[in-house]
Design a protein around this ligand. Structure first.
Ligand code: FAD
Length: 450
């Protein structure tokens, strides 16, 4: 087992970088308090009672002890990208981990130990410089903390599995203020592979297996041009058939935006390979056009998908998991119509399956689904917000999916615990009772609610 970095020995009253207990805590009024309560979704604004700006495990222990003493519920924030802001809650002790960002890659074991605030862009830079890769999401500002604990998928998940499938060990400060190491408690690792978001403790350190990074990423975009509503529906249906037959190294996304459908194909093999070429030909036969394929050195290629670094207002929600087009049959016409009529609205479906479906048992409950839907709304003028929010909710109702990705939360999902955790829920509830019997870790969609 490699060394855990940045962990001070338990029981200290002063944190490892010299902060005393009191200077760790921020109160309303200061600039740092304002900065740290900010979520990536700038449409949300929450006021914690107090913020603990934690930089190591001792800081986290101090914060949890203080919350217990003051009887404050605890929110945990790593990258702050939660759609519904479950990481920052009104009146809570906010354990902020955005500055808890140590990373250590060990060449011998090829393992990465990372602290929860590490952002995906930094993680890719560090590992790719070693020729290694941890399969994770695309957006550079998302943190490993929240992403891993809810699953974590991206361009390489079909080939290698989810981010949480690469998790080998974690440490956590639980709801009683105790440090738990998953090497001493197998429930903890099982739960953190898909069911750990703000549910029973603060994850302070994570050890991951890594994969050999491909040298290049192949990518090609295809777009529809001037299709009727019926034509777009046919393209979406055909995309499901094409995507279902892709080999594991190829990822695809279908994005319905305004009056066009865009299909992205990426591959960790060359785009000249037969499977990629077959899929490209089928898309062109449907009438989609493309400017051609690119095979780009991997670090440069990933940057293309890094997304916007600064907060923005949005309303995104899970569109649910699908087995195939049959789950959208008879619904796509209405979705296409609404997206066309409401600029700013996006309906996207990404491919899962492959190695995800073969992963080991864990709290991630949706391995059998090869597709994941997401409904998104972005606005520039505040007056456009309400209409778009209503459209997202309406599309979610039309789809009527029963199973949803925890990392794409929506407050409109009824029975959210069953939707996120399915058959894994009862074991997660037992684990919750063991680690956090007083439900001090809670938010609108935590295991016991708030
Ligand atoms: C722009 C954007 C792009 C995205 N792209 C992808 C993608 O490609 N693939 C994908 O799978 N998902 C993606 N997501 C979803 C993303 O995985 C989730 O929003 C994720 O939970 C964010 O993690 P975070 O640490 O940044 O967020 P936070 O808001 O800090 O945390 C999210 C949740 O995890 C909990 N949490 C965070 N850290 C800890 C910890 N250390 N211990 C215990 N609980 C913790 C929080 O309490 C909260 O409930 C994207 C989201 C956005 C906004």
């Amino acid at each position: 087992m490699m060394k855990w970095t940045g962990l001070a020995s338990a029981g200290l009253v002063t944190s490892s970088w010299g902060k005393t207990g009191e200077s760790l805590f921020l109160h309303e009024g200061g600039d740092e308090f304002e900065d740290l309560r900010q979520l990536f979704n700038s449409d949300l604004s929450r006021k914690p009672a107090m913020i603990a700006a934690c930089q190591d495990e001792v800081d986290v222990q101090l914060a949890v002890a203080k919350a217990i003493k003051l009887k404050l519920p605890i929110s945990v924030k790593s990258g702050g990208h939660c759609f519904i802001g479950s990481s920052v809650n009104d009146g809570s002790m906010l354990v902020d981990l955005s500055q808890y960002t140590g990373m250590n890659y060990d060449r011998g074991s090829q393992k990465l130990v990372a602290q929860p605030g590490v952002k995906l862009g930094k993680m890719y830079d560090r590992l790719l410089s070693e020729g290694r890769l941890l399969p994770a999401g695309s957006c550079s500002g998302v943190a490993l903390g929240g992403l891993t604990l809810g699953g974590g998928y991206g361009l390489f998940a079909r080939q290698y599995g989810l981010t949480c499938d690469h998790l080998r060990r974690v440490r956590m400060v639980n709801g009683k203020g105790e440090i738990v190491d998953s090497d001493d408690d197998e429930d903890l690792l099982w739960a953190c592979r898909g069911g750990g978001n703000g549910n029973f403790g603060v994850i302070t350190s994570m050890e991951f297996d890594t994969q050999k990074a491909p040298e290049k990423l192949g990518a090609q975009r295809f777009k529809t041009k001037g299709l009727s509503e019926k034509g777009m529906v046919e393209v979406i249906e055909s995309w499901f058939t094409i995507a279902a037959e892709l080999p594991d190294p190829i990822f695809s996304a279908m994005v319905l935006n305004g009056s066009q459908v865009t299909v992205l194909l990426t591959s960790s093999y060359s785009t000249s390979g037969p499977a990629f070429q077959r899929a490209a030909k089928r898309l062109k036969d449907l009438g989609l056009v493309s400017n051609g394929a690119l095979n780009t050195p991997i670090a440069k290629a990933l940057r293309r998908y890094y997304g916007r670094p600064k907060p923005l207002p949005f309303y995104n929600a899970s569109g649910g998991f699908y087995k195939g087009y049959e789950n959208l049959e008879g619904k796509t016409e209405e979705i296409v119509r609404r997206v066309q009529q409401n600029p700013g609205l996006i309906f996207q479906v990404n491919t899962l399956g492959g190695a995800i479906s073969r992963g080991t048992d864990s709290a991630y409950a949706h391995r059998k689904f090869p597709f994941l839907g997401e409904i998104q709304a972005y606005w520039r003028r505040p007056e456009d917000k309400l209409g778009l929010v209503n459209q997202v909710d309406a599309i979610q109702k039309i789809i009527q999916a029963q199973e949803h990705y925890r990392n794409y939360p929506s407050l409109k999902i009824e029975n959210y615990s069953t939707a996120y955790y399915g058959a894994k829920l009862s074991r997660l509830q037992e684990i919750k009772a063991k680690f956090d019997p007083d439900n001090i870790f809670c938010h609108a969609q935590s295991l016991e609610g708030r």
